[in-house]
Every structure is written in structure tokens, then in C-alpha cells.
Design a protein around this ligand. Structure first.
Ligand code: ADP
Ligand code: MG
Length: 686
């Protein structure tokens, strides 16, 4: 291959080594012996493979519409082949009067069959040699095709490469017992059969084997990171339960902890007493009460003369944590301070000083707490709220805030299905609050069309008259889009005209406001001075106003499932029955309709997360995207869930008896891991 093409391959498909080429798997196979008659092609054929003679070639159209149109004829009819790119290259490769075998996605234009950018090769009426008629079809890109690297070219490279390789080059990487147990074909054979299968059955065997490998090695890698960390890390020890924790528990805790909260507290306390550093992910649905767990651990840290920090993704949320915590601790000897990007320099200086001299016990803040000049005397416990809003590097900075890294608790209200959590966060310890505090009433969710707006507004008015409060949320697709803000402002005016009484006054919060403006508006809604909160999704995380009983989501079709669920979680926090109304325009896609149906059907964040995973696939689940952990080539954590679990169990069994993979039968596993090192960017989650 020329270096030019090599560069293009690397850029387009990240293929740089022979190993990468072998990992460029076919999307399907076509039976080369099956050539269809052009005259009998119908709309039912998604793909077509035909053979015929080129009758004419013509370039038509101008500029962007310029295209090469070729007519191909067999005994039964004619088909049109079209190229928009690589025109001159194709023109040279084709010739009127010559026979070609043609494959591609079939379309119809004015009733005539047509294939755009088909794969072409010279046709000889002889059958291909050997018994192998299943020809692989590889994904490629338009740019590569334009340079002659079509799907068929991949097939040729890969075939040639496999001819050169033997078992020695692709040695077995799974223990013998495992291969026997699952009746796997060998690693080498799997690669041959996935590209050039002898039959459909052979292909399925290869697929099963290679999917298992992917899932097994991904999880093994994570499990090794975790177990090595467990064995080697040195952590601060919270030895004693002292008066801060005990007094709070006995006198100031405003409610009884749920069983789930107690269990999680126990899990965290085990970690923080173990002498190794904790690195724990705490999951819990919106409103499940994660904050109080974090607060009690910060008090325990205080009992052991350590400082704590809690970091939230927005100023509003940080402020709210601060208000909440200072209120809960107002009669206790605990120094709590707030630090955000908008803290004025005088306050900031005082806060920094108290962090450094140790007079501060708990620092609440935004990512401002990560800054270089925020130094602690002895930071022992760090909490990251809504962890998916933070980047990996940001979280990693927390580790460096103390000579011995503090214990880290990352909290997330975006429930991640168990299978996903175990895979993506396999190197973290994992706790879940799977129970809501008692007395929560399920939120009644309705989907209404734009045409029902007057009734919806009438309903909200009724709720407001009962003394309740309401949220009205507008989508914000891009932080900078002026159109979105225009919609918000229009909405605000509309809301004002619907609710003219001065008693039901309105707050508005959005990302373009100054922090103090946001705060004032927010604060007025929290204290009940305003009854309606008009906002963008800045309201999404964490805000807590128990008297609010209605959440109206405008253009609900534009939101993702987990976002809708987060928004809905702003209501249903008090004793009143709460409502979430999803208002949509007249035209919505099938996917959007599916999302809304799920929202109406369930309040359970974990169920919603499962569905979200099914609809969107794991690549899009918030917080996992940047980790890149779930982009398997063959396996799917949705469809291959059973195999994922099996692989996980296998990993556990192996590491239980052989934590460092030193037994003879596991050596090949270890060697394979080492050889693969550096090929995948395994980033740390926290
Ligand atoms: P999230 O997990 O979404 O961060 P919060 O910690 O904000 O939830 O808690 C939501 C609300 O539930 C808060 O008002 C909190 O005081 C309350 N809460 C937490 N735990 C309990 C409990 N065990 N019993 C009653 N209310 C609770
Ligand atoms: Mg929260």
C-alpha cells in the first residue's frame, strides 16, 4: 500500500497495524454464488448483487450535483449506478462493453433500480475458487472508496494477510479450561472464520468466541486495576466515631435514615477504616438522599481531624448544598464555607486561609475548589456530586490535594444499569441507594400535545391557587444558541400573560445570567416569594424545593430520557401529589415518542436507564462517553448481557485463585493483556 493510502486508512478508520486490519471486522457476508437478475429486483431487496455489461457512462450535473451515471445491463434488465465522488477514478476503472460484478445498497429512482457508490469488480463467469463463497463486506468510508479502497479491497488485504499468518502469530489467549467449558474455537481460527467463514455456522462460532474475548479482557483489565489499587494503596484511617457524627445522628438528623442509606454508610465506613484509599461510586436515583450520606461521612472525617470538600457542578447547586449543610449543622461546632468562581476576592482569601490553617472543616464549592491555590491542611474526604458533569482530569486533581490522597466518593443521580456500571466503572467500588425515603408519592406523568396548552395552563393555575409552585422548563440545545434563548424569552412572556396575578410572580433562571442574578431568582423561588420558575435545564441537577408540585417540560421531544428523568425529579419532593407534564409539538419522531411513553409508564430511574441504553446504545450514556470503555467492536452490552455476566464471573473466579495471573494456565491471558497494553485508552474514572 502506498503511504498516502496508509495515512488515509489511519485517519479514516484508525487502521495502522496489521492487527488493526484483522480487527476491522466485516459487517456482513454475501454469498458470491448468488447473483440476482436485474429484472427481478424489487423494493424488498435491501442489497443487491448483480452481474452485467456496462452499456453507457456519462457525467451529468454541475458543481455539487455533478455525478457519474453508468448503465449496466444483464439479460433481464438495466440498473443505474451512480457516483458523486471519486468520479475520475471510476471513469478510468470502468469501460463500456466490459462485464462487472456489482454489489451495493439498492434504491429505486423513477421506478428504476439504482445503486449509489456500489462495489465493483471485473466479472468472470467462473465460480470463485475453493469452497468459500461467503465474501465479507467491510465498512469503509467515501474518502477511502474514492481512493480505490472499497469494501472489496479490504477483503483482498485481509485475505492475503490471513494467508501469511499461522497459529503462532495469533496464539491462544484463554485458559484451556475455559475453552473447554464454553466449547470455543481457537483464537486464530476465530479470526479466520469471522472474515472468511466456511459457513454461517462457522461464522457464529467465531463471533461468539471473539465477543467473549472482548468482554472478558475489558473486565479483566478493570478488575486488575481495582485489585492492585486495593492491595497497594495507602489510605487515611478514620479510626473513631466521635462526637460530631454521634451528636448529629442523635440530635440533628431530621429524619430516619432508610435501610439503603444505612447500608451505604456502612460500606463507606468499612473502606475508610481499612487503611486503603477509598474510591467509591455512589449511585442513587434523584431524591434518594445521597447528600445526607456524604454529610455524615464528612462529619466522621471531622471526628478524625480531617477536613472535607464537596464539589458540585454548578453555582446554584453548590449554593444549595451550602445552605442545606449550614442549616443542618447550625447548632454544631463545624466550620463550613463556600467557594465558587464568583466568590469575591476578600471572601476567597478568608476561605483559602481557613483551608490552609485547618480552621475550616467542610468546604463546599464548584470546580473552583480544584484550583492550585486551594490548599488544605489535612484533606481526608472529598465528595464529587453529579460526577458525570466533571471530566476525568478534574476529578484526578482531588487526589493531589493531600500528601496521602483523600478518600473519594463520587455521587451520581444518572442511574446506570448494573451491567453498564460493572463494566464502565469496574475499577471503582460501587454502592447504590436503591430505595426512596418513605412517604414519596409517585409523580403523575402526562404527555400532552401543543393543542392542549390552554388546559395545561389552566391546570397549573389550579395548583398555584392551592399554594403550590411550578417549574416550566425550556430546552437548551446549545449553550450559545440565540434561538433557544429567544424561545425561552417568548415562553417567559407567554407565561406572564397566562398568569397575570401579581401573587403568582415569576422567577427566571438561565445560563446567560450573572451568578448573582441566578442566585436571587433561585432564592426567591426557594423561599416561595415566586411561584413559577421559568428556566432552561440549568435547573436539572439537584435543586430541591419540596413545595413545587408541577413540572412542565416544553418541547419535551427534544430531551433525552435521562434528562427528562432528572428534570422530573425536581418535583415529588414534598407531601403533595406531584405532576410532570410533557408538552410536545405536532411532529415527533418515533424515538421521541418511545421516550415519552417510557416516562409516562415509570418513575423508576434504573428502568429508565435500561431503556435508554436499549434505545441509544452505551456510547451515549452520560458519563461513559469520554471513558471510551464501552465501544466494543463486536459485543453489545445490551444484546450480549448474558455473555457479559458470564465473562464477569469468569474474571472473578480467575482472580480469586490467581490475583496476578501467575499460574501456568493463566500465563497466556497475562501475555495477551501485556501485548494489548497501550492499544486502548483505558482512562481512569476518578
Ligand atoms: P439526591 O440523592 O437526589 O441528591 P437529596 O440528598 O437531595 O437527594 O435528598 C432529597 C431530599 O430527601 C432532601 O430534601 C433530603 O433532606 C430528603 N431526605 C434524604 N434522606 C431522607 C430520609 N431518610 N427520610 C426522609 N427524607 C430524606
Ligand atoms: Mg443531589
Amino acid at each position: 500500500m502506498s503511504t498516502l493510502k496508509g495515512d488515509l486508512l489511519r485517519k479514516e478508520l484508525d487502521i495502522a497495524r496489521f492487527g488493526d486490519l484483522l480487527q476491522h471486522f466485516p459487517i456482513r457476508h454475501v454469498d458470491k454464488t448468488k447473483i440476482e437478475q436485474i429484472g427481478s429486483l424489487t423494493h424488498h431487496n435491501e442489497y443487491a448483487q448483480v452481474a452485467g455489461i456496462v452499456r453507457s457512462m456519462e457525467i451529468i450535473g454541475e458543481k455539487r450535483g455533478r455525478r457519474l451515471v453508468v448503465t449496466l445491463r444483464d439479460k433481464t434488465g438495466e440498473i443505474e449506478l451512480v457516483w458523486f465522488q471519486g468520479i475520475s477514478w471510476m471513469q478510468k476503472a470502468l469501460q463500456v462493453g466490459k462485464a462487472f460484478l456489482v454489489f451495493g445498497r439498492l434504491g429505486f429512482f423513477m421506478g428504476k433500480p439504482q445503486i449509489a457508490h456500489p462495489e465493483m469488480e471485473l466479472y468472470t463467469a467462473q465460480k470463485p475458487e475453493g469452497k468459500n463463497y461467503l465474501e465479507p463486506v467491510y465498512p469503509t468510508t467515501e474518502k477511502l472508496k474514492a481512493k480505490g479502497i472499497s469494501g472489496r479491497a479490504f477483503s483482498k488485504f485481509t485475505y492475503a494477510l490471513l494467508q501469511l499468518l499461522s497459529e503462532k502469530d495469533l496464539p491462544e489467549n484463554l485458559p484451556e479450561s475455559l475453552i473447554k467449558k464454553y466449547k470455543f474455537i481457537s483464537h486464530f481460527e476465530a479470526f479466520r472464520q469471522i472474515h472468511f467463514p466456511a459457513s454461517e455456522k462457522h461464522y457464529q462460532h467465531a463471533l461468539r468466541r471473539l465477543k467473549f474475548e472482548e468482554l472478558f479482557f475489558a473486565q479483566l483489565r478493570m478488575a486488575l486495576i481495582k485489585s492492585r489499587r486495593h492491595r497497594s494503596s495507602v489510605g487515611l484511617v478514620f479510626e473513631q466515631v466521635g462526637s460530631l457524627f454521634n451528636d448529629f445522628y442523635k440530635h440533628y438528623l431530621p429524619f430516619k435514615l432508610t435501610e439503603a442509606q444505612k447500608r451505604v454508610l456502612k460500606e463507606i465506613r468499612m473502606d475508610t477504616g481499612s487503611g486503603r484509599q477509598m474510591n467509591r461510586l455512589l449511585q442513587g436515583d434523584v431524591g434518594s438522599g445521597k447528600t445526607i450520606v456524604a454529610l455524615m461521612m464528612m462529619l466522621l472525617a471531622g471526628d478524625n481531624q480531617f477536613q472535607s470538600v464537596i464539589m458540585a457542578p454548578t453555582e446554584i447547586l453548590a449554593q444549595q448544598h451550602y445552605n442545606n449543610i449550614t442549616e443542618l449543622l447550625k447548632d454544631m461546632p463545624v466550620c463550613v464555607k463556600l467557594l465558587t468562581g464568583s466568590s469575591v476576592s476578600k471572601t476567597r482569601k478568608a476561605v483559602l486561609k481557613s483551608c490552609e490553617d485547618g480552621t475550616l472543616n467542610i468546604l463546599v464549592g464548584t470546580h473552583a475548589v480544584l484550583e492550585e491555590n486551594v490548599k488544605f491542611k489535612n484533606l481526608g474526604f472529598a465528595v464529587v456530586d453529579e460526577q458525570h458533569k466533571f471530566g476525568v482530569e478534574q476529578r484526578a486533581k482531588l487526589w493531589k490535594k493531600n500528601a496521602i490522597p483523600p478518600h473519594i466518593l463520587v455521587m451520581t443521580a444518572t442511574p446506570i444499569p448494573r451491567t453498564l456500571a460493572l463494566t464502565a466503572y469496574g475499577d471503582l467500588d460501587y454502592s447504590v441507594i436503591d430505595e426512596l425515603p418513605p412517604g414519596r408519592k409517585p409523580i403523575h406523568t402526562l404527555h400532552r400535545n401543543e393543542s392542549a396548552r390552554p388546559q395545561v395552563m389552566g391546570f397549573i393555575k389550579g395548583e398555584l391557587q392551592k399554594g403550590r409552585q411550578a417549574y416550566i422548563v425550556y430546552p437548551l440545545i446549545e449553550e450559545s444558541s440565540t434561538l433557544d434563548y429567544e424561545n425561552l424569552m417568548k415562553g417567559y412572556e407567554e407565561v406572564k400573560s397566562f398568569f397575570p396575578e401579581p401573587a403568582t410572580w415569576i422567577s427566571m433562571v438561565h445560563g446567560k445570567q450573572k451568578a448573582d442574578q441566578k442566585d436571587t431568582n433561585m432564592q426567591r423561588f426557594v423561599t416561595g416569594d415566586t411561584q413559577i420558575m421559568v428556566s432552561t435545564t440549568v435547573i436539572e441537577v439537584g435543586v430541591n424545593v419540596p413545595n413545587a408540585s408541577v413540572m412542565l417540560i416544553e418541547s419535551a421531544e427534544k430531551f433525552g430520557l435521562s434528562q427528562l428523568h432528572q428534570l422530573r425529579g425536581r418535583v415529588g419532593r414534598g407531601a403533595e401529589k406531584s405532576f410532570c407534564i410533557l408538552l410536545t409539538g405536532p411532529k415527533i419522531s418515533n424515538d421521541a415518542r418511545e421516550r415519552l411513553k417510557i416516562m409516562v409508564a415509570t418513575n423508576d430511574g434504573f428502568k429508565i436507564a435500561e431503556k435508554d441504553l436499549e434505545i441509544r446504545g452505551p456510547g451515549d450514556i452520560e458519563g461513559t462517553r469520554q471513558s471510551g470503555l464501552l465501544n466494543f467492536r463486536l459485543a453489545s452490552i445490551v444484546e450480549d448481557k448474558a455473555m457479559l455476566e458470564a465473562a464477569r464471573e469468569t474474571v472473578e473466579q480467575i482472580l480469586e485463585t490467581d490475583a496476578e495471573l501467575e499460574l501456568a494456565e493463566n500465563l497466556r491471558v497475562k501475555q495477551y493483556l501485556q501485548q494489548q497494553k497501550g492499544k486502548t485508552a483505558w482512562s481512569k474514572i476518578s
